[in-house]
Design a protein around this ligand. Structure first.
Ligand SMILES: Nc1ncnc2c1ncn2[C@@H]1O[C@H](COP(=O)(O)OP(=O)(O)OP(=O)(O)O)[C@@H](O)[C@H]1O
Length: 567
């Protein structure tokens, strides 16, 4: 096989994968309209897993057709150029380049990390706007938001109608009347809406922006089904903050049919300038390409900064070595070579737990992680103290190659403020109370998503700049059905506790207050807002309901945004 034929083979495999990816994604509409929530969750998982099988298939074909290991560097350079040629005008060229990188990475166990052989840099620069007509519809305002709304709804080809359209439109009109100056929407204004609907969990979102003489703002219509499976508008979101939380890194990926992903992402980027490009690609399901974009951003950041990698602030982990670059918004996590006796887990189990979280519905409460093989960092940017620590605790995962530190297995994750540090440093009692209240919600929502977090000590949670508490320590997680929530024996019997036989799956919620937060006043706050967390019956009931397949609703916006709350 010559380089041109191999390039075609790789592109063919990518396109086959993308067709399957799009087919799974498109089914989301039916799952939503028919309230088939379990199918929708299964689709999210399936879509994540098909990448690996597409890759395995093409790599095995290539091994049968030529001998990759016997080709010289000139061959690989030519192959990359051939691939660039056949990608001209390809609507998903950037995803195809990432797929190409994965194929070469798989053939060479990620040892050819060089722009001569893979797309460390993109082959071209995407000019936002060129495909706007393909991905977005425009509506001209008629000094009457109700008319515009009717036009917007009519443009989406949903198979079910808004059951109470007049009520919905009235809610929206009232919303605009109460939130904005009347003059803002009496003048000519425009609405631009992305054509594909964004589906996730029990919601469907129409995403766009509204622009008038006074600037523009995001415009998101959140659709839901009521108990009778009737479609209605649950909320309108217009603040960047709400949109940013909707696209948060601790949520599952949207199911959104994006044939022009670069254009969709540029549109989203205009709505959320604070989000990184890689986060937006990831949020719409292209998590592999998100990694490519992340790496490019990381390299660029290194060139523009001069600080050193150092241990992350907070209490060091027993399982993970966690470090960061103070000027950059992610943490880097390496599994330590050995764990203390108290951690009854293996390295394989840790990897399994991190994968489980990646595939699972993270309900806005568990940080997404990205796994890298053979990640390179410049050695001169690693602080001496960190290097010493890595060499003593993570010897198996690192290698020094000249002026580079090679990390054989690494996770990256969004940086947050560890909750223990936040609670120590925060002086405002109201903020402390709200963080502890949110910690309780975080634990409850994770459990309602069928996951028992295991180690719920507050140091295992972070808090975002939006004040949301998010869990990030996954080595002790398991499914809710794998635990037995037991009552402690009554305190009248002094010997009962000593004689208690405890199995590895037993958990005693009455003791949680000692294991979640340390300080007495924090415990009191947790008990005030979430007394149920310390009650075995609450956990058993939750276990029961999730065991029956019930999928709880997790709102990705504050409840006060819901129309039913507007009087
Ligand atoms: N996303 C993050 N943002 C900021 N700091 C983090 C993040 N993830 C981890 N850390 C810091 O690193 C520490 C160890 O991380 P993590 O809890 O993941 O490790 P671990 O080894 O699994 O911990 P444990 O010993 O509790 O099992 C945390 O306590 C926190 O201080």
């Amino acid at each position: 096989m010559n380089p041109q034929q191999i390039a075609y083979e790789i592109l063919k495999a990518f396109e086959k994968h993308f067709r399957l990816y799009s087919r799974i994604t498109r089914d989301a509409q039916v799952y939503f309209e028919q309230a088939q929530w379990q199918k929708s969750q299964a689709a999210v998982k399936q879509r994540i897993s098909i990448y690996e099988s597409a890759l395995a298939d093409v790599v095995s074909i290539l091994y049968h057709k030529f001998e990759p290991r016997n080709q010289d560097d000139a061959f690989w350079r030519t192959l990359k150029l051939q691939f660039i040629n056949i990608l001209a005008d390809h609507p998903q060229y950037e995803l195809a380049e990432t797929f190409y990188n994965s194929v070469i990475g798989r053939l060479f166990t990620h040892s050819k990390i060089d722009d001569d052989f893979i797309f460390l840099l993109p082959s071209r620069c995407y000019l936002p706007g060129q495909m706007r007509d393909k991905v977005a519809n425009r509506f001209e305002g008629h000094a009457n938001i109700a008319v515009t709304m009717s036009e917007i709804f009519a443009s989406y080809q949903l198979n079910i109608e808004l059951a109470r359209r007049d009520d919905d439109v009235r809610n929206i009109v009232t919303f605009f009347a109460t939130q904005f100056e009347p003059s803002q929407f009496q003048q000519p204004y425009q609405v631009e809406m992305l054509k594909p609907v964004f589906y996730r969990n029990k919601g469907a979102y129409l995403i766009g922006r509204i622009s008038g003489s006074q600037g523009s703002m995001p415009f998101v219509v959140a659709l839901m089904l009521d108990n009778n499976k009737q479609l209605y508008v649950d909320a309108i979101l217009t603040s960047r903050r709400d949109l940013s939380v909707l696209f948060g890194f601790a949520r599952s990926y949207f199911l959104v049919d994006s044939q022009y992903p670069a254009e969709i992402v540029s549109f989203l980027q205009e709505l959320m300038p604070n989000k990184k490009h890689f986060e937006l690609y990831t949020s719409i399901g292209f998590y592999k390409h998100g990694k490519t974009v992340f790496y490019r951003n990381f390299i660029q950041h290194l060139e523009q900064s001069d600080d050193q990698f150092e241990a992350a602030p907070g209490i060091p982990g027993l399982v993970m070595e966690v470090f960061h670059l103070p000027s950059y918004g992610v943490v880097f996590k390496i599994i330590k070579d050995e764990f203390p006796e108290s951690k009854k887990i293996t390295r394989e189990r840790v990897i399994e737990c991190y994968r489980l979280v990646k595939m699972h519905d993270r309900v806005g409460r568990m940080a997404d992680t990205h796994e890298f093989a053979n990640f390179q960092m410049p050695l001169n940017r690693i602080s001496p103290a960190l290097l010493e620590e890595l060499q003593s605790l993570c010897k198996k995962s690192i290698e020094i190659q000249g002026d580079t530190l090679l990390i054989k297995h690494l996770y990256i994750e969004r940086k947050m403020t560890p909750l223990n540090l936040y609670l120590q440093q925060e002086d405002d009692p109201q903020r402390v109370e709200s963080a502890i209240q949110d910690l309780g919600f975080c634990i409850k929502e994770i459990a309602a998503a069928r996951i028992f977090p295991g180690d719920m000590l507050h140091k295992n949670f972070g808090i975002t700049r939006h004040g949301r508490v998010i869990f990030y320590d996954y080595d002790e997680i398991c499914y809710m059905h794998e635990r037995q929530f037991r009552d402690l024996p009554s305190s009248d019997d002094p010997y009962a506790l000593d004689c208690l036989s405890v199995g590895p799956e037993d958990v005693f919620p009455q003791q949680f207050e000692h294991f979640i937060v340390g300080k007495r006043e924090h415990k009191a706050l947790l008990k005030k807002h979430h007394p149920e967390l310390m009650q075995p019956a609450y956990w058993r009931q939750l276990q029961n309901s999730v065991g029956q397949g019930e999928i709880k609703e997790v709102l990705p916006y504050p409840p006060q945004r819901r129309f039913q709350h507007i009087s």
